[in-house]
Each structure stands twice: as C-alpha cells, then as structure tokens.
Design a protein around this ligand. Structure first.
Ligand SMILES: CC(=O)SCCNC(=O)CCNC(=O)[C@H](O)C(C)(C)COP(=O)(O)OP(=O)(O)OC[C@H]1O[C@@H](n2cnc3c(N)ncnc32)[C@H](O)[C@@H]1OP(=O)(O)O
Ligand SMILES: O=C([O-])CC(=O)C(=O)O
Length: 369
C-alpha cells in the first residue's frame, strides 16, 4: 500500500510507524498496554524485573523464571574495566548522558558475536545490557565528577543495587520500592522519539548497541527524557510556592515551553504514570515531613491547567521524587535511559525479527526544477 506523498503532518503526528506486540497507548480506554497488561495496574502489584521478563519473554514470570532473571542479570553485572578508562578520558564538562552514550557505544567492541541477530542471541544481549547499564550509568556520573568507579553489590536486589551505586548507601526497603516503581513506569512507552530512533537504526540491520546509542542521544533532548532534569532545575530556582507560580507565568508570557507538561499522545489529560509518581512524592513528603516540593508541583499543575489546558507528564513528578531519594540531578535522564533499556532492547529484537528498512519520503517545498 502506498500513501499519497501529499499526506504530511509535522512531527509525524498520528502516523503508524510500526506494528508491535510490545505496547500501545490506548487513549480511549486510558491504558498503557504492555503485552496485554495495563502498566498502571502492574505498577501496583509487580516490580521492574517482572516487566523485564514480560517485555523480553512475552509473559509475566513464574517464581522460578523470576529467580532465573535475577540471576541472569547478576551474572551480567561485570563490565570491562576499560569502559571506565574510556570515561576518564572524557572532558569533565561532559554530561553523564553523553558519558553513558560513550560507554554504551564502547560495549559493542566486547560483543564477540555482534553480527548475530538470532532472536535468542539478541534477547541475551538485551539481558546483558540490562545487567551492565546501571553500572555504566552511575559511573559515567562518578568518573566525570572525579570520583572512583563503584562496583555493583550482587547481594542486593537489582533496584536496591542501582540506588546503592547512586547514593553510596544501602537503601531502605521503602526507598528501593519507590525507585523500582519509577524504573517500571519508565520501562516502555510504545513509540516515543527514542524508540523510533532505535528502530530506524536497527532496520538497516545495524546492531543493538548502535540502535541504543542513537536512542540515548534522542532521549537526552529536553523535549523528551531531558525534561526530568530541567523540571528539577526549575523547582530549585524557586524557594516558595508563589515563586514557582511566578516563574511559570513568566515562562508562559515569554512563550517558553514549561518542562514536564504536555505530551504528544496525552495532550488533554494527565499522563497516568505521573499520577503514580505523584503518589510516591506524597509518600516521600510524609516520610520527611517536608511538603514544599509537593505543594509547588500542585500549584504548577493548577497554573498550567488554567492558563494552557496542559497536564503533567511522567518527568514532572519523577524529578522531585528523585530529588527526595537523594539522586544527583544529572543522573535523572541517564536513569530514565537505563530503565528504558528493556523496552528499547525488546523493540530492537522485534525489529530484527521482522525487518523492513525504514525509508520515508518528503514533500518537496524547494525551488522549482
Ligand atoms: C517522558 C517524556 O519524554 S514526556 C515529554 C517530556 N518533555 C517535556 O516535558 C517538554 C515540554 N513539553 C513539550 O515541549 C511538548 O508538550 C511535547 C514535546 C512533549 C509534545 O509536543 P507536541 O506534541 O509537538 O506539541 P506542540 O509542541 O506542538 O504543542 C502544542 C501546543 O501546546 C503548547 N505546549 C505544549 N507543551 C507545552 C509546554 N510544556 N509548555 C507550554 N506550552 C506547551 C505549544 O506551545 C503549542 O501551542 P500553540 O499551538 O499555541 O503554539
Ligand atoms: O511517549 C513519548 O513520546 C514520551 C514518553 O512519555 C516516554 O518515552 O516515556
């Protein structure tokens, strides 16, 4: 079937770019569908590693399968030490997201079977990257800040270890639970720009490392994953609720985009993931007795709803949650990427399993010829 070359919407809005069994944003039923399950419901009963299994294997894990997933990820924690040496060569003003991009890209050279696109090999590659990515992510930040690399602690759960490497302290169970839920919410989201980028790259039969490296670059942008860091800088620029409201009004007067609001798919409703993350912020505020960030965020929601009819996306509430967990701001987007690695790997596996090269056309608006 061939579409008319005249049909064009800037930003490919509404265009169906791929068929997938992985996920779908059903805006009518208000569900984020992940292989037939509702992600929001899963966030109440399941953890990140369940979603990892669901995405890569097609179903939720039984107890024994879960144990196997846990072990498989731990077996893959080891990282070639040269990755740290490469990071040490980067200029110190490199953003950790670029450090992560470089580290991930360098891992390609250590894959001795890199040209093999067989389904099982590709899935194993996905698990290996999931095992390695938290260490790459955290150390990109540590090394660029002149600190020694930190190694994973295999005695901890996947998410507890990730948080331990970030803060240097073994987290309490409730902290791990909140962090794990954030990873789950970030795990997969249909066809955002980064997933599209990964699938476009994979469609040339290029490898998973290249596809994911391209996705890091995409996710870094403020219109996408980079928004979570931008939200926290914005919140930190205000010291009272009134300050924050004023900041937002000023941005709107100047016709600036307010980070953490709006979404191509949920333009007229709140991102359902943001609601869950807001609950985590409430939980954290009750724990430390400090409600200022929550009050600022709620006031911001009201301003944006009344002035622009816009609602928060996941990044708006992820930012203050990560702040209260003691996570450095420059790690917010790299953590988003690390969590999304499973979704991206599953998309690359799917693309390689049933591939056709992406090669769209343009509407020519140049000089006459
Ligand atoms: C997890 C994620 O990656 S979620 C996305 C994270 N990104 C952000 O939070 C960045 C801020 N948000 C935005 O820039 C946008 O809402 C996007 C990029 C997410 C979606 O963009 P699009 O679907 O292309 O919408 P577009 O940018 O065309 O906006 C439509 C209208 O809403 C306005 N608008 C959209 N988002 C915002 C915003 N955050 N602040 C102010 N105005 C906005 C636009 O100015 C535009 O208004 P106009 O028609 O008067 O010019
Ligand atoms: O779906 C999108 O366009 C962006 C997003 O929310 C995500 O990647 O989680």
């Amino acid at each position: 079937m061939f579409m008319s070359l005249k049909e064009y919407g800037p930003g490919l809005e509404g265009v169906i770019a791929a068929e997938t069994e992985l996920s779908f944003l059903d805006t009518e039923k208000e569900k984020i569908v992940i292989r037939g399950y509702d992600l929001i419901e899963l966030s109440k009963t399941n953890d990140y590693l369940d979603i990892v299994h669901l995405l890569l294997e097609g179903e939720l894990p039984k107890e024994k399968e879960k144990e196997k997933t846990v072990e498989k990820l731990k077996e893959n924690y080891d990282l070639p030490m040269e990755i740290f040496s490469i990071m040490k060569l980067l200029p110190k003003n490199t953003h950790p997201m670029d450090g992560l991009r470089t580290g991930l890209s360098a891992l390609a050279g250590y894959d001795t079977d890199i040209e093999n696109r067989h389904l099982d090999i590709n899935k194993e590659r996905g698990y290996r990257l999931l095992g390695q990515l938290p260490t790459v992510t955290v150390n990109a930040h540590r090394i660029l800040n002149g600190k020694e690399a930190i190694l994973p602690n295999p005695l901890l759960t996947y998410s507890a270890n990730f948080l331990y490497m970030i803060t240097g302290e073994v987290p309490e169970d409730w902290q791990t639970e909140i962090f794990d839920r954030s990873l789950l919410l970030y795990s997969e989201h249909e066809m955002p720009n980064s997933t599209f980028a990964a699938r476009v790259i994979a469609s040339t039969n290029s490898d998973m490392y290249g596809a994911l490296t391209g996705a890091v670059a995409s996710l870094k942008g403020h219109l996408h994953g980079g928004a979570n860091e931008a939200v926290m800088y914005m919140l930190n620029d205000a010291s009272t609720v009134a300050d924050f409201e004023e900041q937002l009004y000023q941005k709107l007067v100047k016709k600036e985009k307010v980070m953490g609001f709006g979404h191509r798919v949920y333009m007229k409703k709140m991102d359902p993931r943001a609601l869950i993350m807001k609950e985590s912020l409430k939980q954290l505020s009750e724990k430390d007795g400090d409600f200022l960030l929550l009050e600022m965020c709620e006031a911001g929601e009201k301003v944006m709803r009344e002035e622009k009819g816009l609602y928060p996306n996941l990044d708006y509430y992820a930012a203050p949650v990560y702040w209260k967990l003691g996570i450095p701001i420059e790690l917010y987007t790299p953590i988003f990427f690390s969590a999304r690695t499973v979704g991206l790997a599953a998309h690359v596996v799917e693309q390689h399993s049933n591939n056709r090269l992406f090669r769209p056309r343009v509407r020519y608006i140049g000089k006459d010829y």
